[in-house]
Write a protein that binds this ligand. Structure first.
Ligand code: ACO
Length: 429
């Protein structure tokens, strides 16, 4: 007999089905609770204990520091795969054959150009515009250029075309938002480069000079993109699924995900890490003083890049990226006082009882921010880099949700406002 959970409410006992995943994770299915119990719901602010879906894409075990895409350990993918191979794996469920990969990469390469009319949008943004704001708007605008994307159920070929266009164009839009901020001429994509190289080319080449590819930088970037490619039901992914659940098109759903990622408690943390290091440096570089502030509950300051909602022992991505970080810093011979502060902070926090007791370890964003800085990516572009990496995961989750025919997302609430009262005329209030 399958396992059930018993719940007692108002002297009555109810049985709820227990769901088990392929990795033996268990959950209590409360989807019929409200109807069956005459109005009870569950309350879980921040969804810390709530599963919003069954998903076959990513397995994450925060207690044991495990992350797998479609069953493949992140360590193996980060070491051996290319970002587009991982994108294919996440979106289509299996690693591609060489023929499938060739077809996929050719399709992506053929769609990297952005409609010329969109260039005018860039010109209208102020130079100080945050590239995440531009990126979210541009991705949403793609839906106006490709109206056939408006129906997410238009069949597999139309869906694939929309998906390939988006993967192909995101780095172009991202690099152009950077060029726009500098008021430099934009660089068109060049089909001789692979996905990662093409992004670097559009960021750093000028009409007058090529960008010289450094294999260490290309490889670190490929690793970073893979490490960010999916992370199951986090804030931005849940946003993509919930927006997509209304059958809004893929571009608008991903645009919503980009906005959710922007916040400093999520993807914006990599930018917040560098800003925090700068603040500490400008204040004289006294790391201990800032660690004390981070521990003080009356002080809102937190150590950015430390702690994680689900990883409570270590972040497996941080272990991989720490090595890539060391490689890049060694290769480039970077001498930056901010990096010294970062290293001191990492040491102090790892040895401090407050951080040890609460399992607060450096997360992937602590190291990714340092790598981006070392390779010359401007701070405001850090979260954009995260978005490029996370795109295949968002797409895979959106596709799974649409293909599983999931219902529109619509949580409940416990109302805590005024009871019914009568309206009175203004002069009597
Ligand atoms: N610095 C100081 N104290 C912290 C930090 C931090 N970075 N993170 C958590 N704490 C403390 C909290 O004050 C709390 O202490 P208490 O138990 O004495 O009240 C305890 O640790 C637990 O913290 P919560 O906020 O409950 O943990 P939660 O799981 O809700 O938050 C989060 C996780 C948002 C990532 C948090 O650790 C944080 O704000 N970190 C800094 C921002 C950051 O790096 N975000 C990136 C996340 S990774 C990503 O998105 C890819």
């Amino acid at each position: 007999m399958s396992e059930t959970a018993k719940i007692e409410l108002d002297g009555k006992s109810y049985e709820l089905p227990v769901i088990e995943g392929t990795e033996k994770e268990k959950g209590i299915d409360i989807s019929k609770l409200r109807g069956g119990t005459g109005g009870y719901i569950t309350l879980d602010p921040g969804f810390k204990n709530t599963g919003s879906t069954k998903s076959a894409i990513t397995y994450l075990d925060g207690e044991n520091g495990i992350l797998r895409y479609r069953g493949y350990p992140i360590e193996q993918l980060a070491e051996k795969a290319s970002f587009l191979e991982v994108a294919y794996l996440l979106i289509y469920g299996e690693l591609p054959s060489s023929q499938e990969f060739e077809t996929f990469t050719t399709s992506i390469t053929n769609h990297t150009l952005v409609h010329e009319d969109m260039k005018q949008f860039f010109e209208a943004y102020p130079a100080q515009a945050h590239p995440m704001g531009i990126l979210a708007s541009m991705v949403c605008s793609l839906s106006t250029f490709y109206p056939e994307s408006l129906d997410p159920d238009r069949g597999p070929e139309a869906k694939d075309l929309t998906i390939h266009r988006l993967i192909a164009k995101l780095p172009t839009l991202a690099a152009w938002s950077y060029k726009n901020a500098l008021r430099h001429p934009i660089m068109y994509p060049n089909n001789k480069y692979d996905y990662t190289q093409n992004f670097l080319h559009m960021m750093y080449a000028m009409p007058t000079s090529d960008y010289e590819m450094d294999p260490v930088i290309v490889s670190a970037l490929n690793t970073l993109l893979i490490l960010h490619a999916d992370h199951e039901q986090n804030c931005s992914t849940s946003t993509v699924r919930i927006v997509g659940s209304s059958h809004a098109n893929l571009y608008s759903s991903i645009s919503a995900g980009i906005n959710a990622l922007w916040g400093p408690l999520h993807g914006g943390a990599n930018q917040a890490v560098i800003e925090m290091l700068e603040k500490i440096a400008n204040d004289g570089g006294d790391v201990d003083k800032w660690v004390v502030k981070a521990k003080d509950k009356s002080d809102s300051f937190r150590l950015m890049g430390f702690g994680h909602r689900v990883y409570k022992n270590f972040d497996p991505r941080a272990t991989i990226i720490k090595k890539a970080c060391d490689d890049v810093l060694d290769k480039l011979g970077v001498d930056d006082p901010l990096l010294d502060i970062a290293k001191k902070l990492e040491k102090v926090a790892l040895e401090d009882e407050y951080f040890k007791e609460r399992n607060l370890y450096p997360n992937v964003d602590f190291y990714s921010g340092i790598i981006y800085k070392a390779i010359g990516i401007p701070t405001e572009m850090f979260t954009v880099m995260f978005a490029i990496g996370r795109l295949p995961g968002w797409i895979a989750q959106w596709k799974e949700m649409i293909e599983n025919g999931e219902p529109i997302g619509r949580p409940r609430q416990i109302y805590t406002g005024e009871n019914e009262r009568d309206y009175v005329q203004f002069q009597d209030r």
